[in-house]
Design a protein around this ligand. Structure first.
Ligand code: SF4
Length: 367
């Protein structure tokens, strides 16, 4: 597809009108009020998969707990994961921790300022690098996050889904970027997507770009960006055990460092196989993962959760430890803990619902 080329006059118009709008409508955000490279970096990574309103309390707590890159580099990974608990996509927290150590080791504790060095940090892609370099150092680097893709796709009425036209969209983002004021321009285009050019019912009458917007001019805003035809996400059914011992303690394990939810704690269990009941599945999985025998008791709760590429339903049962010394055959470590002590460990979101159900049932459900 040939890239749309904006004329110089059109570029100037787009820049001026957007910056004017930003001056009046731009959001006041803590990392904009005090735009240090460290604060901008943390906020951009938190915002990669998460909306501003969810990020705000996490950001404030994070800054209290890890006020600078040295504090983050020296923190224990479990403490970092605990601070991230509930934000999802935990690889981001592990990468922030590793990056902080790299910044201290290789860059003397100063956030790097060249595009290649920033891109080389774990967990930073092209768009995040552009966002950080423009916001922290005023460099004229374009960005292309989900909001910006939607705005640009509507602006030119992009005839294919954004994933099929990434080079084109990057080129558009570079063309419109204001080289005189890249810091505000990039913040403004992200705000435009988040607050005005929203996925549903965009507020076109308040939009500074409506005179240039192809989708608005042809009344086809809801047709853009074009969507991918997607096959339904696979749905995994998992049997999960809350294993009690005679001291009213529960067995939890820590997932391997690499991969989905790496390093977080969870209740043991595994995938249901064809023809199995959930109690059968749990007994088998617990034997394979921990080399112990359990008695499966009452059903506690079923929790469903959607990840980016699949859905899971966790079918949770109270269990009683019968025999064998638990071994961490498929996890990093295992611990017996009381219900109160569970709060000290970082758990994935779906597991927090299990803990809440356990608290509710406390004193009545243990077999
Ligand atoms: S006019 Fe409407 S569709 Fe076009 S960029 Fe603005 S808000 Fe989005």
């Amino acid at each position: 597809m040939t890239s749309k080329q904006f004329s110089q006059a059109q570029r100037q118009r787009l820049r001026r009108s957007l910056l004017e709008w930003y001056g009046q409508q731009g959001r006041s955000l803590p990392w904009r009020e005090e735009p240090t490279p460290y604060r901008i970096w943390i906020s951009e990574v938190m915002l990669q998969q998460t909306q501003v309103k969810t990020v705000l309390p996490y950001f404030e707590r994070w800054m209290q707990q890890f006020p600078d890159v040295q504090c983050l580099a020296q923190a224990d990974l479990q403490t970092v994961l605990k601070a991230w608990e509930g934000l999802g996509y935990y690889a981001r927290a592990r990468n922030l921790h590793r990056s902080a150590q790299e910044i201290c080791d290789r860059h003397h504790g100063k956030f790097p300022q060249t595009y290649d060095e920033v891109l080389a940090l774990p967990g930073i892609g092209r768009s995040t690098a552009g966002a950080i370099l423009s916001a922290a150092f005023g460099q004229a680097e374009p960005l292309l996050d989900g909001n910006v893709k939607r705005v640009l796709a509507r602006l030119v009425a992009l005839p294919v889904p954004p994933s099929k036209a990434l080079a084109h969209l990057w080129d558009l983002s570079s063309q419109v970027l204001d080289p005189q004021n890249p810091r505000d321009f990039n913040q403004a285009i992200m705000d435009l997507g988040a607050t005005c050019c929203t996925p549903k019912n965009p507020a076109c009458l308040l939009c500074p770009w409506r005179d240039d917007c192809q989708a608005y001019q042809t009344h086809t805003q809801s047709d853009f960006p074009m969507t991918e035809s997607r096959s339904p996400l696979p749905h995994k059914q998992i049997g999960v055990a809350v294993i009690w011992n005679d001291h009213q303690q529960i067995l939890i394990d820590r997932r391997p460092e690499e991969g989905l939810l790496g390093g977080l704690w969870e209740f043991p269990g595994g995938k249901l196989e064809a023809g199995e009941s959930y109690p059968d599945c749990i007994r088998r999985e617990i034997q394979e993962e921990l080399a112990i025998e359990v008695e499966v008791g009452e059903h506690l709760i079923t929790v469903s959760h959607a990840y980016s590429h699949f859905k899971v339903s966790l079918h949770v049962y109270h269990c009683r430890h019968l025999s064998g010394e638990p071994q961490a055959l498929e996890s990093q470590e295992i611990r017996w803990v009381t219900l109160e002590e569970l709060d000290e460990f970082p758990f994935p979101k779906a597991n927090s619902k299990i803990i809440a159900a356990l608290r509710e049932a406390q004193g009545t459900k243990s077999p």
